[in-house]
Design a protein around this ligand. Structure first.
Ligand SMILES: C[S@@+](CC[C@H](N)C(=O)[O-])C[C@H]1O[C@@H](n2cnc3c(N)ncnc32)[C@H](O)[C@@H]1O
Length: 225
């Protein structure tokens, strides 16, 4: 896995709740978050009693190293956002300045929780398409801003194997967004992934969600296994 292909950039619990329509998630539910990176979802969910395990190759790094990589990402991402403001819907997040504040706040919450979370086994260094868990180990498998978004970098076969692996370890899988980073259009990998899911008898549907920041990203993929 080449870590240069995706950037460490983290969202917060409220954004995860909206992207994945998580209003029914409750204390005691078990969740695997694939590619959670420096999101504060795990830290905030843990404080609500939800049992989240985050899996990401980034977690081989120390807190200090991650802090440095986050700073680098901030310097790369923010100029790109400002150069392409029309690619985003500035409603809930009203401006690039607010975006930067909100993302940096989420990543500070992550960094504060990181070492304790590693000791508790909540941050695990591993990568799709292979997850170190038994079948049906989790109630929910979530994947935010990795699969489908990075369609040019991650090929079709990796998408198929990764989605099937998520379905192996979780009873229900939710993936957001379904649009590609290159053009904000529906990922070209979706048809092959949907037919691979149908072939093994999983039910999948594209469900509209209330969250839209990247223009056109208005739906998640929900798969019941
Ligand atoms: C853009 S970030 C998204 C972070 C978080 N999910 C969010 O939405 O705020 C993408 C993350 O995917 C991770 N990643 C890249 N390849 C991966 C793989 N094969 N398996 C799991 N995570 C991966 C990266 O390290 C990075 O942290």
């Amino acid at each position: 896995m080449d870590l240069q292909r995706t950037v460490p950039w983290g969202r917060d619990f409220d954004e995860y709740s909206e992207m994945f329509s998580l209003s029914s998630l409750k204390a005691g539910d078990t969740v695997i978050g694939c590619g959670d990176g420096p999101a504060s979802f795990n830290a905030e969910a843990t404080s609500r009693g939800i049992c989240v395990t985050s899996v990401d190759p980034l977690y081989t790094f120390s807190r200090a190293e991650l802090e440095q990589r986050i700073e680098q990402a901030r310097n790369e991402v923010m100029p790109q956002v400002r150069a392409k403001v029309d690619d985003y819907i500035w409603q809930t997040i009203e401006s690039p300045e607010e975006l930067e504040r909100r993302r940096m706040q989420a990543m500070r919450v992550f960094l504060k929780d990181y070492e304790e979370g590693c000791r508790a086994g909540r941050y695990i260094a591993a990568s799709l398409p292979k997850l170190p868990y038994q079948d049906n180990a989790f109630d929910y498998g979530l994947c935010s801003h990795l699969l489908f978004l990075y369609s040019p970098q991650l090929d079709e076969e990796l998408h198929i194997q990764s989605v099937l692996e998520l379905c192996r370890v979780a009873r229900e899988v939710r993936i957001y967004p379904l649009v590609s980073i290159e053009n904000n259009q529906r990922s070209g990998h979706l048809p092959a992934v949907l037919s691979a899911l149908a072939e093994v008898g999983y039910h999948s549907e594209e469900v509209p969600v209330s969250y839209e920041f990247q223009r056109g990203a208005r739906a998640m993929l929900r798969i019941s296994t």
